[in-house]
Write a new protein. Structure first.
Ligand SMILES: [Zn+2]
Length: 307
């Protein structure tokens, strides 16, 4: 038989190297902030870690057999030793509470319980406060994997309590990935600003957003664009004092956002943000990406007028 290594799940990268080394030396951190654009790869990493931590088959430290009852149960998603919370597109406060409740259960001796949270980028201060005490006083045998696409959006209180590891699809792009994501986000925000100021047409704005990153599909670009629209709108609200400022998120374009003529009526802004979350899911479910982005942009433009 041949045991598997963590890196067999997603390929060699900074995250697999770090977690394999920790497993081999028995020095697993209790919380990891897992950064990367590929949500599937981040979940695959979590699954491999849960298997390695609970495998009852023959394997070397840091590996797993992928055949024993525990490995198979984890693969099937029915293991008591791993659960995934949050949907990665918006914050669900119930999911935060379930995550905390799960992470506070004592584990069986020798087992490793993995609590995975998708979409830590969307934690508000309130959600973060609830999670912090759990991160600070972990129950033995529990490990947290907090999945994020953009480290800049993760609250510093969370970031400082977790070991940051990066999952990259491209093995050669070790250092550039996070920087590139931020550049992409800045470029997307710039497109949205010019569109909101009517310097860019609807067609140009949606065309540019859908081609933001040539290395990924239109669908992924569309999802990123919709997330950027949410960041943009939150930026507008903060710039206008409708949301409290966040010390760690300073968009370069905030002074400009304060000058854009938005109608910031709660009865319109909140449904708009809610619909953005739905739209990300529509794109994920294969609804025409261009249509979804175009509709979101149209709605954004309508909010810049008084009608
Ligand atoms: Zn096994």
């Amino acid at each position: 038989m041949s045991a598997k290594r963590i890196e067999d799940a997603i390929g060699p990268c900074a995250a697999t190297r770090c977690i394999e080394a920790a497993l081999v030396s028995g020095k697993l951190s209790h919380a990891y902030l897992v950064l990367g654009r590929d949500d599937g790869a981040k979940l695959a990493l979590a699954t491999a870690l849960a298997k390695a931590g609970n495998c009852t088959g023959e394997h070397l430290p840091g590996q797993y057999c992928d055949a024993c009852a525990s490995c198979r149960q984890i693969q099937a998603g029915g293991s008591p030793n791993m659960r995934v919370f949050g949907d990665g597109t918006k914050l669900d406060i119930n999911a935060v509470d379930q995550f905390i409740a799960y992470a506070c259960i004592k584990t069986a001796p020798g087992s490793l319980r993995l609590s995975v949270f998708r979409g830590v980028d969307f934690f508000t201060d309130v959600a973060a406060d609830r999670v912090l005490s759990t991160l600070e006083e972990p129950v033995a045998g529990n490990v947290f994997l907090l999945l994020s696409r953009n480290s800049r959006r993760v609250l510093p209180t969370i970031r400082s309590r977790a070991q940051v590891v990066k999952v990259e699809s491209d093995a050669g792009a070790d250092a550039g990935q996070t920087g590139r994501q931020q550049q992409d986000e800045d470029a997307a925000l710039d497109i949205l600003l010019n569109y909101a100021k009517a310097n860019l047409s609807l067609g140009d704005a949606s065309g540019r957003l859908l081609r933001m990153d040539a290395a990924v599909s239109r669908r992924e670009n569309a999802m990123e664009a919709l997330r950027s629209i949410a960041v943009f709108m939150e930026g507008v609200l903060r710039a206008r004092g409708k949301l409290p400022p966040l010390a760690h998120v300073s968009l370069d374009i905030e002074p400009e956002l304060a000058r854009v003529n938005f109608v910031l009526d709660d009865s319109r802004v909140i449904p708009f943000l809610d619909r953005l979350g739905d739209r990300v899911q529509h794109v994920e479910q294969n609804v025409n990406a261009e249509l979804v982005v175009t509709n979101a942009l149209l709605e954004l433009r309508r909010m810049t007028t008084d009608e």
